[in-house]
Ligand binder design. Structure first.
Ligand code: FAD
Length: 455
């Protein structure tokens, strides 16, 4: 393929670094999907934005690389969908599940969505994030804002509520974000200050804005190992059954991996994202590491050994990362955890919004990025953001948490997948559940479940 068709492998020109001390309507920290969406929507709404990313493009992000249907509306609104569809990607038409005993079931994605190309893709994040960032940084610069890559945000500056700038003084609730400091070009680089009363934290699971809000200001814990997941991925080529550019992604509840799961997500061009994930508190109880578990499954499991017999791992692709789940916390008043204060809104992983069953976080990063931007544009009080985010995402995050807890039981997985593999009505129900939130509600109707499973 010609070099210009692989634009995501090239650097992105983001223009000159702005002058120290510049003022902005909003500052967005982090250039993943959440930050790109927030910065793009703010700029489209006429705001002067400073958009900062620590990495330098092209940059990788450890992920399973599946981009679900929920994301595609935003991908389209931000002007990226047509461009993305001209680049190599895997079109997802269904999901294959297997149980610890090795039963398998295929759940088709809704036909309508597949036909309209709204069902979802998988493609490497190095490619997806590049396409999204490139377009959103253009929106930012077209609206008079600035973009920095290779900028490591070091701290959030606060106004103490009395006109001073000492966050040690004044009550937490009177404190207001006033700007950030950012180090440019590595550890010995210059530290610059930029000012804004509206800051969006989109820096992922270790976001410096989330830390300033959750840990430093409110002295609450950011990491809760019962709601954080460890994830490990490798890219492989030549895996049998994974060489087409459309078809199924695969989720396997392998005996040696439950209470986690093993996935195979083709990303087109004959490459597959192969990975494993497990809740960290459950991982603490296991002696094995994710990397070793994955090696064992690939080499020895009867369902995969033969499929990997001619396969090769892409050198340098083995990497681990964390997923902050959006499952409801028992002791927290604010769910899933605090994500706003005067002048700060957190989005995506910085707000701990990853789906606790599927591990999907890109969709919720885009949804929260749009919401945070809209709240700033419409000058909605910051505390409304916390409530709106949970009322939009809370119901499905709660459902997914229940599913995750059920999927820790091997006997239940064996029973359910065994039944589903023989009952088309169950497969259709699972398709419906992927398509609609209302259908997910039926999961909580004991009579409905009893009827569907037993008869
Ligand atoms: C192993 C694994 C598999 C996954 N599989 C899937 C999947 O298949 N589908 C799915 O939808 N989701 C998946 N996820 C979750 C998904 O990757 C995240 O939810 C998603 O990337 C969140 O987007 P974000 O923009 O909030 O954060 P990120 O994508 O993490 O982006 C944060 C950005 O902030 C930047 N940054 C960090 N610190 C600073 C700083 N100090 N200054 C400036 N910038 C900073 C980072 O460089 C990064 O670019 C997976 C995650 C893992 C770990």
């Amino acid at each position: 393929m010609a070099n210009d068709a692989r634009s995501w492998e090239l650097p992105i020109d983001t223009g000159a670094i702005p002058k120290n001390g510049a003022d902005y309507d909003a500052i967005v920290v982090g250039g993943g999907p959440g930050g790109s969406a927030a910065a793009g929507y703010l700029a489209k709404g006429g705001k002067k934005v400073l958009f900062i990313e620590k990495g330098v493009w092209p940059r990788d992000k450890v992920c399973g690389d599946a981009v679900g249907g929920k994301s595609l509306g935003h991908v389209k609104d931000l002007g990226v969908k047509d461009k993305l569809e001209k680049t190599p990607h895997f079109r997802v038409t269904g999901i294959k599940f297997s149980s610890p005993k090795g039963h398998t079931v295929r759940v088709a994605l809704p036909e309508d969505d597949v036909e309209k190309m709204e069902a979802g893709y998988s493609l490497p994040r190095i490619q997806f994030d590049h396409l999204l960032f490139e377009e959103c940084q253009k929106h930012v610069r077209d609206a008079g804002g600035h973009v920095i890559q290779g900028g490591d945000v070091k701290s959030v500056l606060f106004d103490d509520g009395s006109g001073g700038s000492d966050p040690g003084k004044g009550s937490k609730d009177a404190r207001h974000a006033a700007g950030i400091t950012v180090q440019i070009g590595g550890k010995k680089g210059e530290v610059l200050t930029f000012n804004s009363k509206e800051i969006i934290g989109a820096g992922g699971y270790r976001c410096p804005v989330a830390k300033a809000l959750v840990e430093d200001t409110y002295e609450e814990a950011m990491v809760d190992r019962t709601h954080y997941c460890g994830g490990y991925r490798e890219y492989w080529s030549n895996v049998k059954g994974c060489t087409d550019n459309s078809g199924d992604i695969e989720i396997h509840f392998v005996d040696s991996v439950v209470p986690g799961y093993f996935w195979l997500f083709p990303v087109s061009e004959g490459v597959v994202n192969v990975g494993i994930g497990m809740v960290m508190s459950l991982m603490d109880k296991q002696k094995k590491k994710l990397k070793a578990m994955q090696k064992d499954v690939i080499a020895n499991h009867p369902l995969f050994k033969e499929r990997f017999s001619d396969a090769e791992m892409v050198p340098g692709s083995a990497k681990g990362w964390q997923l902050p789940f959006g499952s409801p916390r028992k002791k927290e008043k604010l769910q899933p955890r605090r994500n706003t204060m005067n002048g700060i809104r957190l989005v995506g992983d910085a707000a701990s919004l990853v789906d606790p069953f599927s591990g999907e976080g890109v969709g919720n990063a885009l949804v929260s990025g749009e919401m945070a931007a809209r709240h700033i544009i419409e000058q909605i009080p910051h505390n409304v953001y916390q409530d709106e985010l949970w009322s939009v995402l809370g119901p499905e995050l709660k459902n997914s948490f229940n599913m995750q807890k059920l999927s820790r039981r091997k006997w239940l997985l064996n029973w359910f997948v065994g039944k589903a593999s023989k009952k088309p009505v169950l497969q259709e129900m699972m398709t419906e559940m992927i398509a609609s939130k209302e259908a997910q509600e039926s999961l909580h109707s004991p009579w409905f479940m009893f009827k569907t499973l037993m008869f």
